[in-house]
Design a protein. Structure first.
Length: 413
C-alpha cells in the first residue's frame, strides 16, 4: 500500500517465523520492520516514521491508511491462527497434547528490572496481590532483590513450569557481570520525575548498550521481536495522558549520544492505579508463552455454545492470558480489571468468615460478568461476559457444557 504523497510503501505479512510483520519500504528497499504486539504499535510506529522522514499526511488520509491496515491486520491474524492449527494437525498430536510451539523458551529467564521509582510497587501489585495504596510505605530497594516467578508454559508434551528470575535493581549500579545471561530488560521511567528526565534517558540508553553487549537474546524470539521494554510509569498523574505519553516516547526514544532514535524499545504507558500495568506485563509474558491456537479454538466453541459475548482464561498469579475468544486487540483489557475484582474480594471475604472464592457473578444493565476459578497446578480464572437475557448458561445443559470445557482445560493446560 503506497503512502500518499511519498515514495514509501507499507505492508503487513506473515513471515517465515509465522509472525505478523509490519514493513515500510522505499523503491523495494526495506526501511523499517517490526513484529507488532498489537495494532496500536503499528499506528504509533507509522506515525513516528512519517514524522522522522518529513512526510505529512492530513488526519483524514492517515485514518484512511490506518483503516486499511487494520482490516489487513485482522485478516492476517485469523490466517496466522489457521496456520498454527494446521501445523498442529500435521504434527498429529493427540487431543490432550494439541499444543505446540516451534521454539519454546528455555527453563529459566533472567529479567532485569531497572530504572526509576515504582519498580517494587509494580512487582507487589502484580505478583503479591497488593492494592495500590498498600504500596505507599514500601522502602526504597537497596542493592538487588531477586524474585522467582513461576508460570505455566505449553509444549507438545503438555504443561511445564516456566521460571523467571526478576532482578530488581535499587541503589546498586549494574556492571557488565549483571547482564550475563539476561534475556529481557524492563526499564522503568517515573513520568512524574520531570527534573530527572535527561538522567533517565541517559541511563536507559546506557543500559540498552550494556544489554546488547553482555546480555543473551532468547533464541525463540522472531527476527524483529524485541527483548527490551520500557514502562513510562505513573501516567495517571497527567490530565492529557495520551498526548503526554506520545511526547515522552519521542523524547526517550532518542539516544542522546548518537542522536538517533531507537525503534527496538517497546514502550508502554502504565500506572498501578488502573489496568494498564497488567496489560503491559501480559504483553511481555505473551512473548515468553504465546497463546495456544487450539485453546482459542475451544474458547470460541464455548462462546458459541453458550451464547457468550466473549470469554477468556487467565493465570491468576501472573495475569497471563492463556486463551481467549477475542482478538489480540481486545483481550488484555479484561486482565487488570478482573485481577482487581479478585484481589479486593479476597481481602473482604475473611471479614465475613469466608474463604476460597470459587465463582462470582456481576449483573449490569446490559450484560453479566461471571468469573469461575479452577485449579490444576496453577490457579486459573475463567471470565465470561454474556447478555442479561441469556439463560442457557444457567440450565443443567449449560452447566454440563461449561464443566466439560473446564475439564478439557485442566487436561490441556
Amino acid at each position: 500500500m503506497k503512502i500518499p504523497g511519498s515514495f514509501f510503501e507499507i505492508d503487513l505479512i506473515i513471515n517465515n517465523d509465522k509472525l505478523l510483520e509490519f514493513r515500510i519500504t522505499k523503491n523495494k528497499e526495506l526501511k523499517y520492520s517490526v513484529n507488532p504486539m498489537d495494532f496500536s504499535e503499528i499506528e504509533y510506529d507509522l506515525e513516528s516514521f512519517l514524522e522522522d522522514n518529513n512526510v505529512f499526511l492530513p488526519k483524514i488520509r492517515f485514518k484512511l491508511v490506518l483503516g486499511r491496515l487494520e482490516v489487513r491486520y485482522l485478516d492476517l491474524s485469523q490466517k496466522q491462527q489457521k496456520l498454527k492449527e494446521r501445523e498442529l494437525l500435521n504434527l498429529g498430536i493427540s487431543e490432550q497434547k494439541e499444543i505446540s510451539f516451534a521454539r519454546g523458551p528455555p527453563p529459566i529467564q533472567k529479567v532485569l528490572l531497572m530504572g526509576g521509582e515504582g519498580k517494587s510497587s509494580i512487582y507487589q501489585v502484580i505478583f503479591e496481590g497488593k492494592l495500590p495504596h498498600e504500596t505507599r510505605t514500601i522502602k526504597p530497594t537497596r542493592g538487588i532483590e531477586k524474585h522467582e516467578i513461576s508460570f505455566p508454559t505449553l509444549s507438545s508434551s503438555g504443561s511445564t513450569q516456566q521460571k523467571l528470575i526478576l532482578w530488581d535493581y535499587g541503589s546498586k549500579k549494574p556492571t557488565q557481570v549483571d547482564f550475563k545471561n539476561a534475556t529481557l530488560l524492563l526499564f522503568i521511567i517515573d513520568a512524574n520525575d520531570v527534573n530527572n528526565y535527561e538522567l533517565a534517558r541517559n541511563q536507559l540508553h546506557e543500559t540498552i548498550s550494556m544489554m546488547k553487549l553482555y546480555g543473551s537474546r532468547p533464541k525463540f524470539l522472531g527476527r524483529n521481536q524485541s527483548n527490551i521494554f520500557c514502562f513510562i510509569h505513573k501516567m495517571d498523574l497527567f490530565t492529557n495522558a495520551g498526548d503526554q505519553y506520545k511526547s515522552l516516547v519521542e523524547y526517550f526514544k532518542l539516544n542522546p549520544k548518537t542522536k538517533e532514535k531507537s525503534y527496538e524499545i517497546k514502550f508502554f504507558a502504565t500506572s498501578i492505579f488502573d489496568s494498564s500495568i497488567y496489560s503491559a506485563w501480559a504483553k511481555i509474558l505473551e512473548i515468553l508463552m504465546p497463546k495456544s491456537s487450539k485453546l482459542n479454538q475451544l474458547s470460541n466453541k464455548l462462546k458459541d455454545d453458550l451464547g457468550l459475548y466473549a470469554m477468556m482464561i487467565i493465570e491468576k498469579s501472573t495475569g497471563l492470558p492463556i486463551c481467549s475468544s477475542k482478538t489480540l486487540l481486545d483481550d488484555t483489557s479484561l486482565i487488570g480489571s478482573t485481577n482487581r475484582i479478585l484481589i479486593i474480594t479476597d481481602k473482604v471475604l475473611p471479614e465475613y468468615e469466608l474463604s476460597s472464592l470459587e465463582s462470582l457473578k456481576i449483573k449490569t444493565a446490559n450484560g453479566i460478568l461471571e468469573i469461575r476459578i479452577f485449579e490444576q497446578h496453577y490457579v486459573y480464572i475463567l471470565i465470561m461476559i454474556y447478555p442479561p437475557h441469556e439463560r442457557k448458561i444457567s440450565t443443567p445443559e449449560g452447566e454440563k457444557i461449561l464443566q466439560e470445557f473446564i475439564d478439557s482445560m485442566r487436561k490441556s493446560i
